[in-house]
Design a protein around this ligand. Structure first.
Ligand code: BGC
Length: 880
């Protein structure tokens, strides 16, 4: 039996916040009849557990988010944790030792001052440097660092750590993150150089469709220190202070939207190495970073996820670079040229029919990296502190382009789901959704990675959350972002449309200074409730509910307070079922279903979820309060606006999924929905809010056939159509590329002068929400209790999918299936993790028999952990 232990924080990282270490463990290799009856957790200050802090024994089967008996509360503390479990066979061996290192808990422990230069937005990047001498053996060294702007710390010529775009994007006026790195191996005896490359980043760079600068302040600055512990027990701190020097070098310009300009003839070669002559450098300027707002990073940072070779196509005046995948990141280019040669790299998501870059969807984002070579010969070029959403690029240069690699970055959430099947297009859909997730989780969950936006749109994150939870473990990522949501939430409870709420900050600085025109938007603001609940469902993380319950209440109280006669008013601006394909191209909010109906149903939905959360972590009175609100609004919505459920696919789907229509009417509403879908031959007719729920609305209510007709449709307005014209990610609009290869224009006016009139990204994940349905219905891996503590085995085969296999890496272990059909015979091999019960929910007809490991079983019966072979005769196989 093997026990694998982890905490709520990302692996391969150090320097976490103080407070509880929540431990989760997976058990593998245990006999099927064994189960956990008790656990024992030990915490200690050394790896041998000789200085045991506390030991905790509990007669419990719990194994997820269990608080360690010792809760670190001191900065820098390293604690060791391990667990063993008791089964009917006695106590197991100890698990692996989980090492937990705390960061700096009090910003004042950063002893230095924030330092920068006198630059303005879009000026050349600042280089900062100091040297120090080490004269005795180093036992251990840590770097603690943060900035207004984005930074790389360079020690003796090498970058400390592999975080990209540090310190990430948070509402900097409320919270600024400190990264911790083990830099022991960076230090050398003798002179050492501590350097910083500092650029505008989200702090001061051009952001949002308002294309405004200085969003959080006019000055960039760095605050950090290296703490050295020597082998002789003494220690030393090298902090950012007035002794540092500054200059500019090769990075002449660095912007998240526009790209970088690097003039390597101006590079200060070896500027971050010892021995460099900085006598011409200027003293740094002291700036202010509020140390009370500092917090250790608790989510995974942005890192490089993949390096994908691009192919070169030589044209008369340029070299085209074709990548295999639409990504977020940049091109690493290898060129052979001469000092002074210029190299210009532009990026785009798709090619026009004439094979040139389609840059109009970027709007005002220039997404162009420019280099001036600093030396002769073969050299690699990579930009700094920018990222582009692209699959294709072109290069204009006199140098010879030798090779190109697309470097894909993402917030480094561990992969969780795996899926393959006999259906090639469905497999590609899965891949496209996963890539849209990666490309759009860049420090925060964004809408798109390419145009002058890349903002934390709450509605996009909300619509996609269950798919995200199935594909990756982003619980730490969302804990952090939800914290920011609560910080940016208005006093009155309104949840902004983007988190961090840069739109509000920018609007306040516009000439009229009026607040951003938004009184709360259904499906967007509801992220405050839906996402914490989804995290609890998908990961069993009850702490996230505890942390967010006030924010959840504030939103529901606020948004429901607009109701008149118990429904949301008709005259308030809403985004509604955004991007309904039948809405006018330039008015994506004008969906077939009324925004009033959508908002009313979301009030019911969020109030019900909140009531459930109240039952777990809140107050009894509130359970009643929110259930009563939900019932009241639900009733009124049905009686006043229920027509929407009969006339529109989104209306029907929301009525069924959010429990708006009375039980007695469900059949009729579902039949009406199925009829609408049949009439349209499975074409998608829903927008951002209808699409994530329509598949369940059909399949849960007896219309699996129609659900499959939609999922597997290949004509335009479908999930698979884009793949037939080359999509490698999920598009913002269903008809973004016509069958003849011409791109649609998207219609919306850009907000910035000179920007293209277009809102048409080829990388928006919201419609990828369907992949969660695929895991539950095509694969048949369904969670019945928070965190997959109880699951059901629920494949729903259909004729054109002959086999499927895949898994979800749950907190308990891998929940996996591998099934195939032969005619109406279904065979499946299922792996149920230790600590999980699996209910049979197999696709049966009246004649079916079910055999599990040779024994006859019935649907509803429960399997224990282990590997099971299942056979179903006369299985129900859908006809699509
Ligand atoms: C974004 C969306 C977002 C919407 C709301 C768009 O520009 O890309 O995905 O939710 O605006 O207004």
């Amino acid at each position: 039996m093997k026990i694998t232990l982890r905490s709520q924080y990302p692996a391969n990282q150090i320097g976490f916040p103080g407070g509880p270490v929540e431990l989760s463990w997976k058990v593998s290799g245990a006999n099927t009849e064994l189960h956990q009856v008790a656990y024992e957790i030990q915490s200690a200050l050394d790896a041998d557990f000789s200085v045991e802090l506390k030991s905790d024994q509990s007669k419990s089967s719990a194994s997820q988010f269990v608080k360690a008996p010792h809760q670190p509360s001191t900065s820098r503390e390293i604690s060791y944790h391990r667990v063993r479990i008791e089964t009917q066979a006695g106590w197991s061996d100890w698990s692996n030792t989980h090492i937990h290192e705390v960061g700096l808990l009090d910003g004042a422990e950063l002893l230095g001052v924030a330092i920068g230069d006198t630059s303005k937005a879009e000026d050349p990047a600042a280089l900062l440097r100091i040297t120090f001498t080490i004269s005795k053996p180093v036992a251990k060294a840590r770097l603690y660092a943060t900035a207004h702007g984005t930074y790389d710390v360079m020690i003796n010529g090498a970058k400390a750590g592999n975080h990209i775009l540090a310190p990430g994007w948070t509402p900097y006026q409320h919270r600024l993150l400190v990264d911790t790195h083990d830099v022991t191996n960076h230090l050398i005896e003798g002179e050492n150089a501590f350097g910083v490359l500092l650029t505008d980043g989200w702090y001061r760079g051009k952001m949002s469709f308002f294309n405004m600068f200085n969003n959080y302040g006019e000055h960039t600055s760095f605050l950090g220190q290296i703490e050295i512990e020597y082998e002789d027990g003494t220690s030393e701190v090298i902090a950012s202070d007035s002794n540092w020097k500054t200059a500019t070098g090769g990075v002449r310009f660095a912007s998240i939207y526009d790209g970088t300009t690097m003039d390597m003839t101006m590079a200060q070669v070896a500027w971050c190495k010892p021995g460099f002559d900085d006598s011409t450098w200027s003293p740094v300027t002291i700036r202010e970073i509020n140390k009370n707002l500092l917090e250790p990073l608790s989510a995974p940072p942005v890192r490089v996820k993949a390096e994908l070779p691009m192919t070169l196509r030589q044209e008369a005046d340029r070299v085209n670079l074709d990548g295999p995948q639409n990504i977020s990141g940049w091109v690493r280019l290898t060129v052979d040229g001469k000092r002074g040669d210029k190299v210009v790299v532009r990026h785009a998501e798709i090619l026009l029919p004439d094979k040139t870059l389609h840059t109009a969807p970027l709007r005002a984002a220039k997404a162009t990296d420019t280099y001036i070579l600093g030396k002769d010969g073969v050299q690699d070029l990579e930009p700094k502190h920018t990222f582009h959403g692209f699959q294709f690029a072109d290069v204009v240069t006199d140098a010879k382009v030798i090779a190109a690699t697309a470097i894909a970055i993402t917030s480094d959430n561990p992969d969780r789901g795996e899926f393959t099947s006999s259906h090639v297009l469905l497999n590609k859909l899965h891949s496209n959704v996963l890539w849209s997730l990666r490309d759009n989780y860049v420090s925060i969950p964004t809408d798109c990675p390419q145009r002058d936006e890349r903002l934390g749109w709450t509605g996009d994150a909300q619509a996609f959350i269950y798919a995200a939870n199935t594909l990756v473990d982003e619980n730490a990522f969302f804990r952090s972002w939800l914290k920011d949501l609560a910080l940016d939430q208005f006093e009155n409870g309104k949840v902004p449309m983007v988190i961090p709420d840069i739109l509000e900050l920018q609007h306040a600085r516009l000439p009229n200074g009026a607040p951003f025109p938004d009184d709360g938007t259904a499906g967007w603001g509801d992220a405050a409730v839906v996402i914490p609940w989804a995290q609890y469902q998908s990961f069993g993380d009850i702490e996230i509910l505890r942390a967010q319950i006030d924010s959840m209440r504030k939103w529901v109280d606020y948004f429901s307070s607009w109701c008149k006669d118990d429904v949301f008013p008709a005259d308030m601006m809403q985004l509604g079922d955004w991007l309904d394909p039948d809405a006018p191209e330039d008015k994506p909010f004008l969906a077939k279903v009324s925004a009033q109906y959508v908002a009313s149903t979301y009030i019911v939905h969020s109030a019900r979820l909140l009531a459930k959360a109240e039952a777990l972590v809140g107050s009894k009175d509130n359970i009643e309060k929110y259930n009563e609100l939900a019932d009241r609004v639900s009733k009124a919505t049905w009686s006043q606006l229920g027509d929407a459920a009969r006339k529109t696919t989104t209306g029907a789907s929301l009525a069924l999924e959010f429990g708006i229509c009375p039980d007695s009417e469900r059949k009729v509403v579902a039949a009406g929905l199925a009829e609408l879908v049949r009439k349209d031959k499975g074409a998608i007719s829903t927008g951002f809010l209808g699409t994530p729920v329509i598949m369940d609305a059909m399949s849960q209510n007896g219309h699996l056939e129609e659900a499959y007709s939609m999922l597997l449709r290949e004509e335009i307005r479908s999930w698979l159509y884009p793949i037939t014209v080359g999509a490698t990610t999920i598009w913002e609009r269903w008809e973004a590329i016509q069958p003849d290869g011409t791109p649609a224009t998207g219609g919306l006016e850009g907000h910035a002068e000179g920007s293209e009139p277009s809102m048409i990204s080829f990388n928006h994940y919201a419609y990828g929400a369907v992949i969660d349905w695929v895991y539950r219905n095509v694969l048949g891996l369904t969670s019945l209790a928070p965190g997959y503590h109880q699951v059901s085995i629920s494949p729903r085969p259909t004729k054109s999918i002959e086999w499927a296999k895949g898994s979800i890496e749950t907190g308990y272990g891998k929940f996996a299936i591998d099934w195939k059909t032969e005619g109406d015979k279904l065979e499946a091999k299922v792996t149920v993790p230790f600590g999980v019960e699996a209910k049979l929910n197999l696709p049966v007809t009246e004649e079916s028999t079910i055999l599990v490991d040779g024994d006859a079983k019935l649907n509803g019966e429960v399997l224990t952990h282990g590997v099971h072979n299942i056979q179903v005769s006369h299985a129900a196989v859908a006809s699509k």
